[in-house]
Design a protein around this ligand. Structure first.
Ligand SMILES: Nc1ncnc2c1ncn2[C@@H]1O[C@H](COP(=O)(O)OP(=O)(O)OP(=O)(O)O)[C@@H](O)[C@H]1O
Length: 495
């Protein structure tokens, strides 16, 4: 208990020290050392609680020992009482036994006198006979009494034996109680000792831990103190920074307003510049458009609104051999617009816009009509068609082969690539229609009723353009879309 008190005092002094340290560093509210202190205090409180609990247990055990001792005293008292009772009983019984034995002895001694009396009475008188009879009956009665006394003595002897046995049992039980009590007492002492040891050990450990933790806390506090010292300049710098930031924040709306005004002026200027650039671009575009129109008109003026090209295909295996298969056209080496033809032995010359020799490639031919595709994108109506006798090479020139495509495919490729190129500035819609005129009958090859005959009419807007009412039109996005419709059309057209 003294040690407990000592430990408590130590703890109190530690707590007081902690409180003092806390007051010294009250600014450091959330630092980890304070938290650690709080943890240590918690631990101390816990240990105090444990000590209180151990004390409570100890007092309980004391109470138990007290109760057991009281019970033992009671049992001893009861035992003493019963022993005294037994002794008294024994004393009483032995007294009675002695009395009985004396009585028996006196009774045994009496008959001889009676016998003697009988003999003497017989000889003396008849009167005495009666007295003898009385004496005999008395003798009988006394014998019966002796017998009874014997019986009582026997019972008493049995009772005495039983009492002695009971006393022996009680003694054995008392001894057993005593040994149990002694054992319990020993156990209790041992347990108390163990508990005392545990308590002391726990207190020692807790104290040692508390000391170590206190030491660590002291060290940490020293560290915190040095940190505080080193942090002070940083705090000063931060305060300065904060003040300058505060100034900046105060001035910020003004600066912002100024910056916004500048930005607005700059944006306005930029918008103005963009607008002027746009105006310039628009002007240039219009000029370009006019230039293109002028170029087209010039082209049309120079090359004519309708241009005719001649293409001489090479001799193929299908033409056969011999003079029948010989080429009947010749070219002018100085002028690619003249074509000579031998007719009935005479040379007839034809003047065209251009003549392509058998060596001319598909690309050469397309190059010549390429400008018309650009005119088409610029909004002019363009028509390219092939004319010639069977086997002259119309299909080859217009359609070509997949490996070497003709004007159609190349024109469509150019059309879509141009549209793609201008997509950021212009939006185009390309539609496709396929019609066939055969034997003066017009039919819609993409329509649902391809056999149905259609009419060609003048546009009612007075533009002089022709149109076919009811002609099917499909919007297309790529060359492949067109080719798909063309494949449909190829199945339906006149072979
Ligand atoms: N420039 C050329 N180079 C090589 N072969 C050609 C050329 N032009 C035509 N041919 C070949 O000549 C043959 C006939 O050509 P194509 O079918 O184009 O004639 P076409 O005028 O369309 O005939 P049709 O009017 O009967 O349809 C084909 O085998 C074709 O490949």
């Amino acid at each position: 208990v003294a040690e407990n008190e000592h430990l408590k005092q130590d703890m109190k002094s530690c707590e007081a020290q902690l409180q003092k340290l806390k007051k010294q560093h009250v600014k450091c509210i959330d630092c980890e050392h304070i938290q650690e202190n709080a943890r240590l205090q918690e631990r101390l409180a816990q240990l105090q609680l444990e000590v209180e609990e151990a004390k409570g247990r100890l007092s309980e055990l004391d109470l138990e020992v007290q109760q057991k001792t009281n019970r033992l005293a009671e049992v001893e008292l009861r035992l003493k009482d019963s022993l005294a009772e037994k002794a008294e009983e024994e004393e009483r019984l032995s007294r009675r036994l002695r009395d009985s034995q004396e009585t028996i002895a006196s009774l045994k001694a009496q008959p001889q006198q009676i016998k003697y009396l009988i003999k003497t009475v017989e000889v003396e008188s008849s009167k005495t006979k009666q007295a003898l009879c009385e004496t005999q009956s008395r003798n009988q009665h006394l014998q019966e009494q002796v017998e009874m006394q014997r019986q009582v003595l026997k019972e008493m002897e049995q009772q005495l034996q039983k009492s002695q046995k009971t006393a022996a049992q009680l003694r054995a039980q008392i001894m057993l109680y005593e040994s149990e009590l002694e054992q319990a007492h020993g156990q209790m002492l041992e347990e108390m000792q163990n508990m005392e040891d545990d308590k002391n050990r726990a207190i020692e450990e807790a104290f040692a831990r508390a000391q170590v933790e206190m030491k660590a806390v002291h060290e940490n506090l020293a560290g915190v103190r040095t940190n505080l010292l080193t942090l002070q300049p940083a705090l000063r710098t931060l305060t300065n920074d904060y003040n300058s930031l505060k100034r900046q924040v105060r001035d910020f709306p003004l600066l912002l307003q100024e910056a916004l005004q500048n930005a607005r002026a700059e944006i306005g200027q930029a918008i103005e510049e963009v607008n002027s650039t746009n105006r310039e671009l628009l002007r240039k575009y219009r000029r370009e458009l006019q230039l293109r129109k002028k170029c087209h008109n010039e082209l049309v003026r120079l090359k004519g609104n309708i241009r005719v090209f001649g293409r001489v295909r090479p001799i193929t295996a299908e033409d056969g051999e011999g003079p029948e298969a010989a080429n009947s056209v010749t070219f002018d080496p100085d002028d690619d617009a003249i074509l000579h033809l031998m007719h009935k032995g005479k040379q007839v010359s034809f003047e065209l816009d251009k003549v392509f020799s058998p060596q001319a490639t598909q690309q050469d031919v397309f190059q010549e009509v390429q400008a018309l595709i650009t005119s088409c994108i610029d909004g002019y109506n363009v028509c390219i068609f092939a004319y010639g006798q069977t086997g002259a090479g119309k299909t080859y020139t217009m359609e070509g082969t997949p490996e070497n495509p003709g004007i159609n495919q190349r024109a469509l490729q150019l059309l879509f690539s141009e549209v793609q190129r201008k997509a950021s500035d212009w939006s185009y819609t390309i539609t496709v229609s396929v019609a066939e005129i055969y034997n003066e009958a017009l039919r819609d090859l993409l329509g649902k009723e391809p056999q149905e005959k259609l009419d060609i009419k003048l546009c009612p807007d007075g533009s002089g353009q022709l149109y076919v009412p009811g002609l099917t039109e499909f919007q297309v996005q790529s060359v492949e879309d067109i080719n798909k419709w063309r494949r449909t059309q190829a199945r339906l057209s006149v072979p």
